[in-house]
Design a protein around this ligand. Structure first.
Ligand SMILES: O=P(O)(O)OC[C@H]1O[C@H](OP(=O)(O)OP(=O)(O)O)[C@H](O)[C@@H]1O
Ligand code: HPA
Length: 178
């Protein structure tokens, strides 16, 4: 069934069952890759909170989780590309860090944020993202774990919003083309 939010219509794209299947596969891989390493999972708010929770719940290894919110640099002046992490209290030194995102679109967010992580001298850093849009990528950012690579279309649900709405939809929807 289509979903209408404000002025836009969204159509079903990826089912909850398919999402669950892929998130389970990623979790199984991470369980293998990080056994004995006690990784620190860092979710980037807001969009990642659903994916991070689902993925983390499926980790059977010893692991910690924390969330950070990046002070928005989008929509500020073109020079204003300073990223301030709110909530980065953890000591990352010598930790195995897994950054969790809902989506890598242009790559701008992670490109700006990764230096802040590297400055804290973690033992390793990998990126897990629910979605990536290879055709939209403008920055040199590559996910190590990605549930779905999708076309360059606006999506909604599973944590992702349109104007603040739709994050609670359990499946993924895509903007309907006219
Ligand atoms: O690769 P990019 O082009 O940077 O786009 C991806 C980012 O955009 C969204 O965040 P947004 O800033 O919309 O905040 P939100 O997570 O609170 O929705 C999403 O959660 C990613 O963090
Ligand atoms: O396609 C998208 N949908 C919702 N939020 C987003 N943030 C970056 N890309 C998207």
């Amino acid at each position: 069934m289509d979903i209408h939010i404000i002025d836009k219509t969204f159509v079903p794209f990826i089912s909850a069952a398919k999402i669950n299947e892929r998130v389970s596969e990623l979790a199984a891989t991470i369980n293998r890759d990080y056994a004995g390493k006690k990784p620190l999972v860092i979710g980037i708010l807001n969009g990642s909170f659903i994916f991070a929770a689902d993925l983390f719940r499926l980790l059977t290894i010893e692991a910690e989780i924390s969330f950070i919110k990046l002070a928005s640099y989008k929509g500020t002046s073109s020079t204003g590309n300073v990223v301030t992490a709110i909530g980065m209290e953890e000591n990352l030194k010598d930790r195995h860090v897994i950054i969790v995102e809902d989506i890598i679109d242009t790559g701008k967010t992670l490109h700006a944020f990764m230096p802040e992580i590297m400055n804290r001298q973690p033992a390793s850093v990998k990126i897990a993202t629910f979605l990536s849009k290879p055709d939209a990528l403008k920055y040199d950012v590559k996910a190590d774990y990605c549930a779905f690579e999708i076309e360059n279309k606006f999506v909604l649900g599973y944590g992702m919003d349109y104007d603040g709405l739709g994050r609670n939809i359990p499946e993924l929807y895509v903007l309907k083309e006219n």
